[in-house]
Structure formats: C-alpha cells, structure tokens
Design a protein around this ligand. Sequence first.
Ligand SMILES: [Zn+2]
Length: 238
Amino acid sequence: MHLKTTAFFIFFLLSSSFLACEQSEIVFVTNTGRAYHKESCPSLTSSKIAVSLPDAARTHNACLTCNPPVIDIRKFPQNNMELYKVNTAGLKNSNAANHDLMLKADVVGHVDGDTVRVRINNPPKSLSVVETIRLLGVDTPETVHPNLSVQEFGMEASDFTKDNLLGKTIFLAFDWDLRDKYGRLLAYIYTAPGVCFNAALISEGYGFAYLDYPFQFMEEFKSLEQKAKKNKRGLWAR
Ligand SMILES: [Zn+2]
C-alpha cells in the first residue's frame, strides 16, 4: 500500500516536471548574443528577452556559463514555420537579414564552392529532411562538372566552402524562387547573425556575383565583387 502510493507520487513528480520542462520553460536571450540563458545569468546585461525554450533552442546555443535547460528540438517541429524570404522592401544588405526567422540546418555534405547538402530536423512542408543547396547570387569556378576540366581556382573555392561549412550548424534565408530547375534549394547561408556566407565567398574572391537571375542583394554582391577585384582577393590575385 505504502509502496504503491510512493511509486505513484514519484511518477506524478516525474511526469509533472517533464511536462513543465517541455511546455512552459522560459529562457532568456539578448538582441545580439548567440546563447540562451537562465534569468540569473551575468551575461544578460544589455537586453533580456524572454522566449520559450523550444524557440530559443532553435536559434541559439545553451550558455556555457549558466547551463540553462536543454531539450531535443526534434520533438518541437520547425514544420509550422514559414520560410523566411528576404525579398522585402527596404532590405538592401545581407547583414541586415533577420536571423531569428531563419531555418536552422546542419551541413552534412559538400559538393563544390557554391553547393552543399544540409539536414533539416522536422522541416517545413515544402522542404525535405536532406536538401541540396545552391547558394544564391554567387557562382564559384566549376570543379565537378562532368564535361569541363577543373577551372582555375575551382578547388580553392571548393575547399573554402568545405572548411567553413561542413559539419557546422547554419541558418537559411530564401528569396524569390525556392528551387532551381535541378530541384536544388536556392538559399542564403548564415554562419552567425549578420554573417552571410554567400557574400563572404564573393568578398574573399572565391566566387563571382551571379547576375543572370535577379535577387535581393544584387547591388551589394556586385559591389563586393568590385571591391574584391580592386583588392586582388583570391581569384583576382592571378
Ligand atoms: Zn548564461
């Protein structure tokens, strides 16, 4: 009798704390930081924004100082999320895109300088768990085209992308068209808030601004290419 009551009580405690943890846990983020925190954390100085744990875990990492609760975000689907598109009036530069609205993904494969494969946990309806991404607005020299020899600098560009993205958690933003004619996802890859990898490829001289199709950051990418040329970055040094 006593044993049964105790067992029930323990079960009750476990299940209620489990529910509390999964449904109503609130943690805190700042305007600029990449971590989420307990309310008491000393890192929360300038701003303190309360968010639900699942939302925080989707876009931020757990703070290493205050050890806030962690969850398995696969249980909290992204699939009710709308894809974040940057083609809105007034957004001119890639670094001003809203990082909080981007889709989180892991880079699991590398094809060449401007193409990678990602895994998206519980993806929105229009996407698959594994997608091939063609980076928007940038073209790197060819390395794997079956009918072309390796273009000059193609390998360097390919290695730059591999070194910077493979195995990393990244964030995705989209533009006018979701896919190209090969079914690849057209996206901007962000490695941190305000840090667009597509733009970095151009400014470091690993790729060209790809102007055949219009995209939101066309003017910016054009001028990044001109700057890279002027400063003899990467392929422009040859
Ligand atoms: Zn903290």
